[in-house]
Ligand binder design. Structure first.
Ligand SMILES: [Mn+2]
Length: 293
């Protein structure tokens, strides 16, 4: 799989054989959140880019994770059904009344008829605990169409509500073993979306609070499913941005995005470059699936 960089925020450093689309002028509109109409206005640009360079798309900061929604819709043309596997420190299945955003896109994806299931793996965020329960979309959890695979958070509140398919584990090994058992029961091809905020801070620095998974664990997990992966995206690179929109400044402030010193940016982006290359190598074996590449 060759990399397509959808370059909104100039966070993704050059990758081998990349194709790069400059989307800088879309940053203010799309970053963190946008309306469905605004996201759809990117459709033609994204569709054309994906036709030229299908495989793995790099979207920059996790603030653009909702762009995955467009990508998944694009691949629906080629596949009858898709199973979506997401690595993320957050459920991205939260209520958001103003359109679609990086914390709610999983809900939108779970409503697409050709998506059979969405697995979100590696969550340590308290967003899935009782205090935030009402902020999560619950119907897709109840039906099992969306499944949380957590590392540590307490999900006891889900049981009286009849939510049985979301589980929490003490170790990534246990979580991945259970996940692989489960994913083998469904033969639909997989769309893979990796938000690097799932990684331990010793492996990467991102724009969001981070999880505990190690890069080696992600690589092993991807290695096990890659023969079924038909397309993928990677987010979680790091960039600094000050919104012109007061609403976005306010909402992203509520979510407590960590600030960092600009001097660290270069170093951390270089760290991501190495991780992105490692993920590309890991995904490369799926080229044998007959992907155009
Ligand atoms: Mn995310």
């Amino acid at each position: 799989m060759k990399p397509l960089v959808l370059d909104f925020d100039q966070s993704v450093k050059p990758l081998p054989d990349e194709q790069r689309i400059d989307l800088h002028r879309w940053q203010e509109k799309i970053r963190f959140a946008c309306t469905r109409g605004e996201l759809d206005s990117l459709k033609d640009v994204v569709d054309e880019a994906l036709l030229r360079q299908p495989g793995v798309a790099f979207l920059g900061s996790g603030d653009f994770h909702h762009v995955s929604h467009l990508l998944i819709k694009h691949y629906a043309r080629l596949h009858q059904a898709l199973q979506v596997v997401v690595f993320d420190n957050h459920p991205d299945n939260m209520r958001y009344p103003f359109g679609i955003h990086c914390g709610s896109w999983v809900w939108h994806v779970s409503r697409l008829p050709f998506v059979s299931r969405v697995h979100v793996l590696g969550i340590t965020s308290k967003d899935v605990e009782l205090n935030h329960a009402w902020e999560n979309h619950l119907r897709n959890l109840h039906s099992g169409k969306v499944r949380y695979w957590c590392l540590g958070p307490n999900l006891n509140w889900m049981r009286p509500l009849g939510i049985k398919d979301s589980r929490t584990f003490e170790s990534a090994d246990d979580m991945l073993a259970a996940f692989h058992d489960s994913v083998e029961n469904c033969t639909d091809p997989i769309y893979l979306s990796i938000d690097k905020d799932v990684l331990h801070i010793e492996d990467a620095h991102t724009n969001w609070d981070q999880g505990v998974m190690r890069l080696s664990e992600i690589e092993a997990a991807v290695g096990k499913i890659r023969s079924r992966v038909v397309a993928s995206d990677v987010t979680g690179d790091i960039s600094q941005y000050i919104y012109q929109s007061r609403l976005k400044r306010f909402l992203s402030g509520l979510d407590g995005q960590p600030q960092f010193i600009a001097a660290d940016l270069e170093l951390w982006q270089t760290e991501h470059q190495a991780i992105n290359s490692a993920l590309l190598r890991c995904l490369a074996a799926s080229d044998t699936k007959g992907q155009k590449s």
